[in-house]
Ligand binder design. Sequence first.
Ligand SMILES: [Zn+2]
Ligand SMILES: [Zn+2]
Length: 282
Amino acid sequence: MRVKVWGCRGSLAAPGPETVRYGGNTSCVEVRAADGRLIVIDAGTGIRGLGQSLVDHLPGRVDILLTHLHLDHIEGLGFFSRIWEAGAEIHLWGPPDPPLSLRDRVTTYFSPPLFPVHLQDVPSHLAFHDVPAEPWEIGGVTVSAASVNHPGPTLGYRLEEAGKVLAYISDHEPALGVPDLATAEPGHVSGTGLALGADALFHDAQYTEDEYPHRVGWGHSSIAHMVSFARLSKVRHLLMFHHDPMHSDADLEAMLLRARALWGPDVDGVSLSYEGMELEVT
Ligand SMILES: [Zn+2]
Ligand SMILES: [Zn+2]
């Protein structure tokens, strides 16, 4: 799988001179399977740039995996160029939330006054899928989804191809209700089944350890919780993701140093996600 980050900011887009190095667009990650199939994880404001990059290379089908329907993960959808092309086939996957279907919930966003166009007037072919409980195939990629600790129905994803694993848990508070995450039994901690043994994990890196105690229950991780979670899950490469909109580039770099100190001697095992970042999970 080839992976490219189009947005890694959390909660709210945060453009400006303080965020140029890591970017201000909200969550969106492009995954290309070995056969070229396009899988997009989350449709934050970063998906606009992804759509622009496809102008000269149009895949017939796009699969978009939504972790949840907080605005920072769907607000780019109406600005994704493929959605306005009649020939495009777009499959949206998201968490079940009965009795409402995924289409019902996305319609809330795609309707005035929040958005000028109604969903039924979108020209592309949109197919909506509540994620199944069992893994499923998109091209040669096996995708699994599971609920994780975050307010409202929220998923993390695990993508596997040719024995390699990419995990994505953008909004996650694994420490909630766990006395000591570092020594917890992995099977009892939210998200570990998705991340176990991952070659690369995009994970919530929202708060410093000083900030977290004032934000317990908001659905995000401190740097220490993020590292403990990744260690517990035996992750090879941890990619800090969902940067707080209040954090400048300099703040993020200080958080990276703290994460590496907690991680141990193999400092390359932890990186900050940034807009435009590319990696191979092969
Ligand atoms: Zn978010
Ligand atoms: Zn959220």
